[in-house]
Design a protein around this ligand. Structure first.
Ligand code: 4NP
Length: 167
């Protein structure tokens, strides 16, 4: 018996995290969600990736500050940045989780159907311990901004996984 009653064990859930640059928030969410999924024994049920709206950092490792703050919490944040492709990513992924309203506006504006648009979700909607409408960009901030982004991401990814598993 599948202990995760909302999860279809015959399906692989393909999820994509998107932020502006794909070097701070979305690669962190990607690493956090991958660890939660692995710890739940659900590695084979999820395919997780991240992408950026802009192409400035394509091919680069995440921002060293996010890597360092993540490392302190036991995450290896080592995704190589890639740019979001509406043409390829909308059909491929089941759901796309964005970090803030600007991300939401830009990504939804590139959807070609209501079905594609409905795949775009705000990661902050899955927060359970924090109250925040967005995961703010820490790029121009200090260490506390990276810690806060990770606090929100850990909270929301936990809520997101529970939404999938129903437990
Ligand atoms: P992210 O942060 O969207 O969380 O990856 C940013 C990283 C880089 C830039 C903007 C936001 N940038 O303008 O280069």
């Amino acid at each position: 018996m599948n202990k995760y009653n909302s999860l279809n064990i015959n399906k692989k859930y393909k999820i994509l995290f998107v932020c502006l640059g794909n070097i701070c928030r979305s690669p962190a969410a990607h690493a956090v969600m991958q660890r939660l999924v692995d710890e739940a024994g659900l590695t084979n049920q999820f395919e997780i990736d991240s992408a950026g709206i802009g192409g400035w950092h394509v091919g680069q490792l995440p921002d060293e500050r996010m890597r360092r703050h993540g490392r302190k919490r036991g995450y290896r944040i080592d995704h190589r940045a890639r740019q979001f492709s509406a043409r390829r990513d909308f059909p491929y992924y089941d759901a796309i989780y964005v970090m803030d309203e600007e991300n939401y506006r830009i990504v939804t504006s590139r959807a070609e159907s209501e079905e594609e648009k409905s795949k775009v979700c705000r990661l902050s909607d899955y927060l359970t311990e924090h109250r925040a409408a967005t995961v703010p960009d820490p790029y121009y901030g200090g260490p506390e901004d990276f810690e806060y982004a990770l606090d929100l991401i850990e909270d929301a990814c936990g809520g997101l996984l529970r939404q999938f598993t129903g437990v």
